[in-house]
Design a protein around this ligand. Structure first.
Ligand SMILES: Nc1ncnc2c1ncn2[C@@H]1O[C@H](COP(=O)(O)OP(=O)(O)O)[C@@H](O)[C@H]1O
Ligand SMILES: C[C@@](O)(CCOP(=O)(O)O)CC(=O)O
Length: 312
């Protein structure tokens, strides 16, 4: 893969909550990546990607028309490249919660945005927020309401901490301990999920007062506590809060958890061998797991495909 590369991300905490006003923490995941490319003899996948970019150009024109002050692009170059068959050559699985659309959005902004905010300049809080706004609009094409955090993470390739809607910063996370027994891992659900309908379900649920209260008093409370614990390296407290978060998600975000994982999710909470949470919008794709003792978790999850992404 040539050209600037854009990586997948893992939203450790904050899915759905960050659309409202929770904290969030997102880290680059360099295992998967993508770049814009043009081939002499495009494959079927390349053609399909190109067709989707064709539609995307029209959407971006509309975004620019509606909000000319937000962002503008070199549309002539973009259209010419797309007509020549440009596509997003990407190993990032789609609908797996690791930000395939985010990386694509970051790549398009990087190549075609005018007066773009670059990675090299001093990224003040204002610039980060502006980028997040632009990316939120750009990514909406792929899944309706978007916080813009996925493309921001992919564009900057650094961990991003969301303190609240209008307070975000780049951050560092505690260094990994390769000898540590604890781990964060991805669990492959074996099927893809679709972000758009999941976000739609969430927005529908938000019309109910009971759900809104649960979100504020439980989901966001535990999410915020997890973010604080993770960033400060407070592992003991983190696992207490993770258990509560896992529980609240199982009780209130059932459509986002593939049915065949409901029992496994519950078993983790009961045995404390591991705690599961959503990875991105859910509905399929990856599920994110946390274990204090990875070997124990592996035994309990025998037969499932685990990919370790962080060691405590
Ligand atoms: N390589 C690609 N080429 C063209 N479009 C892509 C590519 N990768 C992702 N997309 C677009 O992004 C969508 C998936 O993004 P999304 O629903 O946000 O899921 P996720 O971010 O979890 O992968 C796809 O349906 C497709 O429209
Ligand atoms: C559900 C949400 O909070 C995260 C979505 O992540 P993904 O598109 O599934 O990678 C939406 C968003 O913040 O853009």
């Amino acid at each position: 893969m040539k050209g600037p590369l854009f990586y997948s991300k893992i939203l450790l905490f904050g899915e759905y909550g960050i659309i409202k006003d929770s904290k969030g923490l997102s880290i680059p995941y360099n295992f998967f990546k993508g770049a814009l490319k043009t081939d002499e003899n495009p494959s079927d996948t390349a053609r399909k990607s190109n067709a989707s970019l064709r539609e995307y150009v029209g959407y971006l024109e509309m975004v620019h028309k509606n909000s000319p002050d937000l962002v503008s692009f070199d549309f002539d170059a973009m259209k010419a490249d797309v007509a020549r068959g440009m596509y997003f050559d990407s190993s990032i699985p789609q609908g797996y919660g690791v930000g395939s659309s985010g990386a694509l959005v970051a790549a398009i902004y990087d190549k075609y945005a005018q007066d773009k905010i670059t990675v090299l300049e001093n990224l003040t809080r204002e610039k980060l927020l502006r980028l997040k706004d632009i990316f939120g609009k750009m990514e909406s094409f792929f899944h309706g309401k978007s916080s813009g955090l996925d493309p921001l993470n992919s564009y900057l390739s650094i961990p991003i901490l969301i303190n609240s809607k209008d307070n975000i910063e780049s951050t560092s996370i505690p260094t990994q301990n390769p000898q540590g027994k604890g781990a964060v891992f991805l669990l492959d659900s074996g099927s893809t999920g679709e972000t758009a309908p999941m976000v739609q379900i969430f927005m529908e649920k938000m019309k109910q007062e009971g759900f809104r209260n649960m979100l504020k008093d439980q989901f966001i409370k535990h999410t915020d506590a997890c973010v604080e614990d993770f960033v400060s390296g407070n592992v003991k407290s983190l696992f207490g809060n993770l258990k509560q978060l896992s529980h609240v998600v199982l009780d209130n975000f059932k459509p986002m958890i593939p049915a065949k994982f409901h029992d496994l999710w519950k078993k983790g909470i009961e045995t404390n061998d591991y705690y599961l949470k959503l990875c991105g919008s859910g509905g399929g794709g990856y599920i994110l797991g946390f274990a204090q003792d990875l070997e124990k978790a592996k035994k309990a999850l025998k037969g499932y495909n685990l990919e370790v992404v962080y060691n405590f």
